[in-house]
Write a protein that binds this ligand. Structure first.
Ligand code: NAD
Length: 330
């Protein structure tokens, strides 16, 4: 078996990347993190952290020097609000990031390369009902993703496949389904549904209000996976011999309205929901985890309620802290 000692995590200043760096450090790896920015909510524990722009070829070449494996997480991304309104920017930036990173990995003779794809690769027409059939890996073709974000992910998956076939780069491809948890974006436009709902409910609670806004009718469905399960799954996949795309998420599907009710229950408040116009993404989405269970002999374990309890506590703390900062005028 190839020995991996030194690893690169791209997107190490982001949500999943910063958790992955900590996980890999705990496992004893030497870790280099790169990103456009340092982690926002915590000090990095990486052995080396470089602020770089992977849209530049030279930066990608420098980033991959001397590492045995690459976890490629860097991406220009966000929640539905961002993804549905920045198609050109997303396609342009993410294409450059992934073209440069995989080519630099090949040039550096990296032994293993893991690419983080998304459930957004699946065709929109398979996700028109809230009560949707769970998506199997094979469902990605014939291709018809909803947004540029999904198209780019699909192309970068193909890039991994062809680098493996043509150059022998040992690639892995993981398709995340809605990862959430502490230390992720919770305001500013890039946050996703669980973080946005935690923030809205915390703000309403602290201001003594009992109403929050929900985009659309709230009947759109998703499954949600805690970030601790996500990094465990990434690591297991990297250490498997499976090189085809693999779903990584929970397979308990709930609506956004139900998600809001769970968060309100955790916050110990009663809220009413005002449904307003807003981007909703596909109508329904769930992960078929049959292959995940078979390949990794494992599946995500943290319940939605447990994960949301931790996430809500962290976001309520952030909201309170921000309120204090605002009130002293900093
Ligand atoms: P994130 O936005 O928190 O992290 C991505 C990081 O990439 C950011 O810190 C960003 O600064 C960095 N980045 C962007 N452009 C860069 C550039 N030009 N050079 C260097 N770094 C750059 O997102 P995340 O939730 O941690 O997602 C990690 C990966 O997982 C991404 O590839 C994302 O598309 C994928 N993914 C995430 C989810 C999810 O639910 N969070 C779902 C599907 C796929």
């Amino acid at each position: 078996m190839t020995e991996i000692k030194r690893v690169l995590v791209t997107g190490a200043g982001g949500f999943i990347g910063s958790h992955l760096v900590r996980f890999l450090k705990d496992k004893g790896y030497w870790v280099r993190g790169v990103d456009l920015k340092y982690p926002e909510f915590d000090e990095t524990v990486a052995d080396e952290f470089n602020v770089v722009d992977l849209r530049l070829r030279e930066s990608a070449i420098d980033a991959t020097k001397g590492v045995d494996a690459v976890y490629a997480l860097a991406a220009d991304m966000g929640g539905m609000g961002f993804i549905s309104s920045h198609h050109a920017e997303i396609l342009h930036n993410n294409s450059l990031i992934n073209l440069n990173t995989i080519e630099a990995a090949r040039m550096a003779s990296v032994k293993k390369y893991l690419y983080t794809s998304s459930a957004c690769v699946y065709p929109e027409h398979l996700q028109l009902d809230a009560d949707v059939k769970p998506l199997k890996e094979e469902d990605a073709y014939p291709a018809a993703p909803q947004d540029a974000y999904g198209w780019e992910k699909l192309i970068s998956e193909r890039l991994c496949q062809h680098y493996r076939e043509d150059y022998g780069l040992d690639t892995r491809i993981v398709r995340f389904h809605n990862i959430f948890g502490e230390n992720g974006s919770w305001e500013g436009g890039r946050e996703k549904a669980p973080a946005a709902l935690c923030r809205k409910i915390a703000e309403a609670k602290l201001a003594g209000r009992d109403e929050i806004e929900i985009w659309g009718d709230g009947d759109q469905t998703r499954s949600f996976c805690h970030v601790d399960d996500c990094v465990e799954g990434i690591f297991r996949l990297m250490n498997s011999s499976f090189s085809e795309p693999l779903n990584l998420g929970q397979d308990r599907m709930i609506s956004i309205n139900e998600l809001a009710d769970i968060v309100a229950n955790i916050a110990n408040v009663t809220i009413s929901k005002r449904h307003v116009d807003g981007p909703m993404g596909v109508r329904g989405r769930n992960s078929d985890n049959t292959k995940l269970r078979k390949v990794l002999n494992w599946e995500p374990k943290i319940s939605l309620e447990d994960g949301l309890r931790r996430t809500y506590a962290w976001i309520e703390g952030e909201v309170i802290q921000k309120g204090i900062v605002r009130s002293v005028g900093v």
